[in-house]
Unconditional design. Sequence first.
Lengths: 114, 113
Amino acid sequence: EPEVTQTPSHQVTQMGQEVILRCVPISNHLYFYWYRQILGQKVEFLVSFYNNEISEKSEIFDDQFSVERPDGSNFTLKIRSTKLEDSAMYFCASSTDRVNSPLHFGNGTRLTVT
Amino acid sequence: AQSVTQPDIHITVSEGASLELRCNYSYGATPYLFWYVQSPGQGLQLLLKYFSGDTLVQGIKGFEAEFKRSQSSFNLRKPSVHWSDAAEYFCAVGNFGNEKLTFGTGTRLTIIP
């Protein structure tokens, strides 16, 4: 069964550094999402992306965050200047449509900001 | 704003016993409701969803959930749990299908022999 793959599985970075989290959604999916889960807290929506533009974003997704689909297969989340509070598990997800098909989640990237 | 409450942080059940995980939501219109399961080191997997129609929905792995509008609840049930069901379970609500899901804090399920 096709899967959403995320790399790396664990990323450690210093505060203030830029990080790029990478995701390869399922190939025929059209809608892409990023969620995050701070340790011990809820899974939180960050952003949704369709047709090469952001369709929805949360209050968390401020100017420090950006998303891109650079080459038709990858879907990336960039954090420009990481803060300690950005430490979390980041999940990528994709789906074929907005409503009826399920979200397929990747296994996540654990980001640790020191 | 939409919200989800899962009142049970941790539940322990004997293998073969029945299971019910509670979920209450707050949302102004008819919600899109989901249950996801997360095994250690894995992503979230959809167990079942409710959009409209029959309020009792069947999912994968023998799970079912019932939407009760009057109680703002969407509890997950399984008649007989298996050791492989040990995982974290998340209830979620969406404003339109998959868009902008709001998750609960999760319920960790432990299965004892």
